[in-house]
Design a protein around this ligand. Structure first.
Ligand SMILES: [Zn+2]
Length: 453
């Protein structure tokens, strides 16, 4: 199991114990009595066996007494990747789940989002959300903010200050008839997106990047979609949006873009489907549309809590994976009421089981596969898998130290469970009380500093 690179940067931390992660070949790989070293750049510099401690300490120049040993019932897993979450909607999470998508947007979402021009309110909500998601073990988040450029930049700053890896998008929309002041002209949207990107890059955040964010096709004219596609291409940027979430929305897109062959074709036509694109939902995509996703390298974010809470649909993840389309999980706060990726894991399993109830031939997802989707799969969906997603030498150390038997946490253990069973129990029963430490790029971001609590 020994994997290492030649020593370059000095070693910052060394851990000994159980590490559980996914690799390209194995959905769950358990490394028992492993030794993992993190260098001062926050990168994993070696992974070896605990028995090779003295040899590794010589090679990498650290003293064996700096090694931190994990306790019984503890393990490290990669940090979880939330591939789709609306930061502004966190202000009403857990409410307003009684309408389908289009009515829900007009009744609840747009009126709330329009208030984010108020920087004090934005600061309060965004700070609480970044803290909450870190506590829940989300080390990477792909955020939608609102149409307000300065408040969106503030979200990026807050994620950076707390040490979270993030993609942050200023929402673009030049079409909205329900809350009339909550939209931009096509020109404003383009100009403000350019300003957002320029100011973002000037800040040189190491782990937070901008993402081009057309809200979804019904909120954008073709002219705006085309401009955003060009901005993403010229600046080599990530892109995020929504697609095929509910039948009424799919029908609306057909009416608004009569020349396009499909919903997917609308985005494709405006150069918005690339290998740096993540589209939320995709419940009603045809095989042909999935094929276009595969060809372009665009990915899907599966948001099961939202899909059920807004009665949108049931995504057949197995079918998406069979089409070799990249897929990660998302909370989609606040269409999804929980900001925890553990909830996304459970709802993904539930949705797959509902599909099996409907069709006994459906091949149900298992917890190992869903663990992969919440970690490595998410990093692949966001094209960040060269930096994060699992424990590979050279990647950043984005990790959760999990204690399945943490005092006060909701899991009772009765027998001597092996590591894989402990992982299964944590995924199904655990919560933030089991996540005792969180690291992003080698930096301890949880527990939060006293002043930040
Ligand atoms: Zn969404």
């Amino acid at each position: 199991m020994a994997e290492r690179q030649t020593a370059t940067a000095a070693i910052q931390r060394v851990y000994r114990g159980t590490f559980i992660h996914s690799t390209q070949r194995k959905v769950v790989e358990v490394l028992e009595d492993a030794l993992l070293g993190v260098d001062t750049q926050g990168k994993i510099s070696f992974i070896g066996s605990g028995q090779d401690l003295s040899q590794l300490s010589q090679t990498f120049g650290f003293s064996p007494c700096v090694v931190t040993e994990l306790k019984e019932h503890e393990f490290f897993m990669p940090g979880m990747v939330d591939t789709h979450i609306h930061a502004s909607q966190y202000s009403y999470a857990g409410t307003a789940l009684d309408m389908p998508l289009l009515q829900w947007l007009n009744t609840y979402t747009f009126p709330v989002e329009s208030g984010f021009g108020d920087m004090e309110f934005a600061k309060k909500v965004y700070t609480q959300l970044v803290k909450r998601t870190l506590r829940n073990g989300t080390t990477t988040a792909c955020y939608f903010a609102t149409i307000h450029t300065d408040a969106s930049l503030l979200l990026a700053q807050i994620a950076n200050d707390f040490g979270q890896r993030a993609l942050v998008g200023k929402v673009c929309m030049d079409r909205n008839n329900s809350v009339k002041h909550y939209k931009e002209t096509t020109h404003e949207s383009q100009e403000e997106t350019n300003r957002f990107i320029a100011e973002f890059f000037a800040r040189k955040y190491p782990l937070v990047k901008p993402v081009v964010t057309p809200r979804f096709a019904p909120s954008c004219t073709g002219a705006l979609l085309g401009q955003l596609g060009a901005i993403a291409k010229n600046n080599h940027l990530h892109i995020q949006s929504h697609i095929s979430e509910n039948p009424e929305e799919v029908k609306l897109v057909k009416e608004l873009f009569p020349d396009s062959e499909s919903y997917t074709d609308v985005y494709h036509k405006y150069n918005l489907l690339t290998d740096m694109t993540v589209m939320a939902h995709g419940c009603y995509l045809s095989d042909k549309e999935l094929e276009l996703f595969r060809q372009t390298g665009a990915s899907l974010s599966h948001c099961p809590n939202s899909n059920i809470s807004l009665c949108s649909g049931l995504l057949d993840v197995r079918n998406v994976l069979n089409h070799k389309v990249k897929l990660g999980l998302g909370t989609d706060v606040a269409g999804g009421y929980s900001a925890s990726m553990l909830d996304a894991v459970r709802r993904t399993l539930d949705t797959s089981k509902v599909l099996t109830i409907q069709d006994p031939d459906h091949k149900t997802l298992n917890f190992e596969e869903v663990f992969m989707l919440a970690t490595l799969g998410g990093s692949q969906a966001l094209s960040l898998d060269d930096q994060t997603g699992n424990f590979e030498v050279g990647k950043d150390f984005d990790a959760l130290r999990v204690n399945v038997a943490a005092p006060g946490a909701p899991i009772d253990l009765f027998q001597n469970d092996g590591p894989k069973v402990l992982l299964e129990r944590f995924l199904n029963l655990g919560d933030d009380r089991n996540i005792v430490e969180v690291f992003v790029a080698g930096r301890s971001v949880l527990p939060l500093a006293e002043s930040a609590r």
